[in-house]
Design a protein around this ligand. Sequence first.
Ligand code: MFK
Length: 563
Amino acid sequence: MAFYQDPPRLGSAWTDDPLLREHLARALPPDAFAAVAPELEEVGALATGPLLALQEEDREAEPALVQWDAWGRRVDRITVTAVWREAARLAARHGLVAVAYERRLGALSRLHQLALVHLLEPSMDTYSCPLAMSDGAARALLDLAPPSLVERAVPRLTARDPARAWTSGQWMTERSGGSDVSRTETVARRDADAWRLHGTKWFTSATSAEMALALARPEGNPDGSRGLALFYVETRREDGTPNGIRVNRLKDKLGTRKLPTAELTLDGARAEPVAGLRDGVRAIAPVLNVTRTWNAVVAVSYMTRGLALARAYARLRTAFGATLLEKPLHADTLAGLEAEREAGFLLAFRAAALLGRADAGEASAADLALLRVAIPLAKLTTGKQVVAVVSEVVEAFGGAGYVEDTGLPRLLRDAQVLPIWEGTTNVLALEALRALAAEGAPEAFAAEVRRALGGARAPALRPAVEACEAALGRAAAVLAARGTGAEAEADARRVALTLGRTLALALLAEHAQWCLDTGRGRRAPAAAQRFARAGVDLLDAGGGLEEAALLAGGGEAEAAGRR
Ligand code: MFK
């Protein structure tokens, strides 16, 4: 009889993820865990059951832009896929944004919220993007906006009723700059009754949103980022017509293809200042801190889904007389990936916990300094991990992984955006080091690593503890020796990744000790040992500015300029 390979079948995303369950059991008081576990179980079964089935059925669908109606009126409507419509309903029903604001678990509510996100996002086709931006917008409005704007938008952004729920965009990027938003060309002009925005936005994600927070330069303001202001914009007028906004086209992207990303012209879009007429970058920072935390959680969710698929496949697939899981080299490969996932997971959820403390007004000065460092480190570290891990997952399926209807190519393409948007690895490395230069920040970071390592007393965890202490010491020495010149900038990615991986390993050692203490087996300690052996200290790879110019520029002329 001819051979047909059975596809990998996933168990519930909740019951099949011991790390997620352990982490919540450790971080939440028992009554809080008991209160949220049933819904997490329901959502986990949904994510790898009916929602995954819909995602597979809907695989080829993409959003579309309808620019004109039948009678020649410009309408610029974006239609979204069936998964997106279902994800919008689920997000409202399960409070994927609301949970963070209802704060049923107080400062721990971010863990509850982002656990839901972790379970659902791999089956939601990047619907996390509009949700993350909506969450960030709610945070920024609550922090900064006048009561009229808060009352108008926040109940919609946090609504549990799908019919009332809004999502928000975050319009920063222009042709003149993605990372460097100081070159924003969009201007804000005051006419008789309102502010109006004129310009273009070059990358607007989830353009189907009802509102956006946008950067623009009020007329007469100086150049540079301080002359920008943050504006609240609704995408449609009360009568449903576009609010002075034209959608020029949807981007044809490598991945996140279910997510409508548009190029826009703002032609008199009515807008309201969120927080005065200057310092727009500072005003949008709360959005970035929220979306970057989501980004880290989404990165670990893709690693989790990829590894669940690879593991399920390795149990079924036979080659050379045994299942792949019984093959020593295949098992060893998956083990390394799982160690990466576990470390990345704990780093992302640590950032989430600190964010929750800040939301609840319970963060100390040291917590806030640590949060400012931990968010870019978590985002950049997990962004690099997810691309590497999911690429290996694709390879773990052999040729099948390269074929679209397995769903694996989509996972890899979607993963690839995570180190790019919301600040590339290099931009975030510089941001992390700027944050570390603030008063009290180095001490807060070192104290956090040592706090996590403090309880890790099992002999098996000794190498992990030593690796963290050594890397922390060396990174501090590099930072102290380098100052802030060009050499320090060239080192920034290595330093930031070293710090991110060091904190991740410390958190993994802490978790592993808890697993040993509570009789939860040897998986987490094995992950800590494995991650420690893979190495957290990347500091030695640099070779100075002249070498970089020679290799990056590809010739002697560039290097001579650096001599
Ligand atoms: C999957 C989940 C995620 C899904 C969402 C995806 C949606 C994707 C849509 C996008 O990608 S939107 C575009 C995202 N773009 C970026 O993330 C921009 C990346 N570039 C940077 O982050 C640059 O570093 C930055 C634009 C911030 C540099 O601009 P500036 O003007 O040189 O900023 P500067 O001087 O560092 O900071 C200005 C002020 O903001 C300072 O405060 P002061 O005015 O008091 O001095 C900073 O301290 C403050 N600030 C900056 N970043 C902050 C912050 N404050 C708190 N937290 C931060 N993170």
